[in-house]
Design a protein around this ligand. Structure first.
Ligand SMILES: C[S@@+](CC[C@H](N)C(=O)[O-])C[C@H]1O[C@@H](n2cnc3c(N)ncnc32)[C@H](O)[C@@H]1O
Length: 305
């Protein structure tokens, strides 16, 4: 299954499950926080520039918009709230499928939306001169930060990532969703209930890469390894090789041994105090924290100019 399809399917399943069981889930909780963000966003941004009320509006930059549903519920309301004469919306994602789906959305027609396939952690500047931007990163995407396995809080990785995100514009506000529930046992059982999500990458490798027939995507098991303290939690998504195998990826021979552990990616969660401290080190001032008090937070920052 393509990554985009798998994500859309999981998102629907989680929302339906929450409706049936009456419980909160991450997708649901974040949509509620995004609605709160939309109600407050006009108070966060400065409308006056050099003594005059700006008619140009504030542009939106969404790092990793994901599915149509996420874009419609979280980003689109902000675009309509902040839209002015010259403001625009830039969507950056490495998935062409996600960007193409949003491009075809009727509610996006007529809006000044630019679709850019790029790395969200590249530090690229998207807005120049006086163009002010409200930058968002929803869906706990920030937690997928690339960082090595560590027992100590990833201060440097978080600070550098925040600096890169806020480098997108000289004048900007940044809203980032993170997980803040640091209970390791809860995270472990949550992620291990959805192994497809992490192991799907091997099926995509088989379908998309120049890899020979000896590569078997079924050779992996999944485990969530967890580190952390009262400041952070690092979920280390790990694939475990079940039997020896050798295959060619293009012209490179790769040998996997029974029991090998492959670090696929991270899901980090952070305490409110730790995330604020890192933001301060990155030159960002905290202006609000929206929280469901059950592990989902959206931090709002202003870049010091
Ligand atoms: C966790 S999903 C969040 C999607 C959506 N914002 C939401 O709230 O549900 C992460 C999104 O970021 C994109 N993404 C993750 N890492 C990326 C990277 N390094 N560069 C570009 N896009 C990335 C993925 O393709 C996906 O669309």
């Amino acid at each position: 299954m393509s990554g985009a399809l798998l994500w859309a399917k999981a998102e629907t399943q989680r929302m339906n499950n929450a409706l049936v069981t009456g419980t909160a889930n991450m997708v649901d909780a974040e949509i509620k926080l995004a609605q709160k963000l939309q109600q407050r966003v006009r108070d966060y941004v400065q409308w006056y520039h050099q003594g005059e009320r700006s008619r140009s509006g504030v542009s939106i930059l969404d790092y990793g918009p994901g599915t149509v549903r996420a874009f419609q519920h979280k980003t689109l309301p902000l675009v309509t709230s902040l839209c002015g004469e010259t403001s625009r919306c830039i969507l950056v994602d490495r998935s062409n499928e996600f960007l193409c789906d949003i491009r075809q959305l009727p509610s996006a027609f007529g809006l000044r939306i630019e679709f850019i396939r790029h790395d969200i952690f590249s530090g690229r500047r998207y807005f120049f001169g006086d163009e002010a931007a409200f930058v968002v990163m929803f869906g706990r995407t920030f937690g997928n930060l690339a960082a090595s396995i560590s027992e100590t809080p990833p201060v440097e990785a978080v600070v550098q990532a925040l600096k890169k995100i806020s480098n997108s514009a000289k004048r900007c506000w940044v809203a980032i969703s993170i997980g803040s529930d640091l209970r390791k046992d809860v995270a472990k059982s949550y992620y291990e209930a959805h192994p497809d999500f992490q192991l799907n990458v091997f099926y995509r490798m088989k379908a998309e890469l120049p890899i020979d027939d000896n590569f078997d995507p079924e050779v992996f098991d999944y485990e969530a390894d967890i580190k952390g303290d009262d400041k952070f939690m690092q979920v280390i998504h790990t694939a475990i090789v079940k039997r020896n195998s050798t295959f060619y990826l293009k012209d490179k021979s790769i040998k996997l041994l029974d029991g090998d552990r492959l670090h696929l990616k991270n899901s980090f969660s952070f305490s409110e105090a730790f995330f604020k401290e890192c933001a301060h080190l990155a030159g960002l001032a905290s202006i609000d924290v929206l929280s469901d008090n059950a592990g989902s937070d959206i931090h709002v920052f202003e870049k010091a100019t």
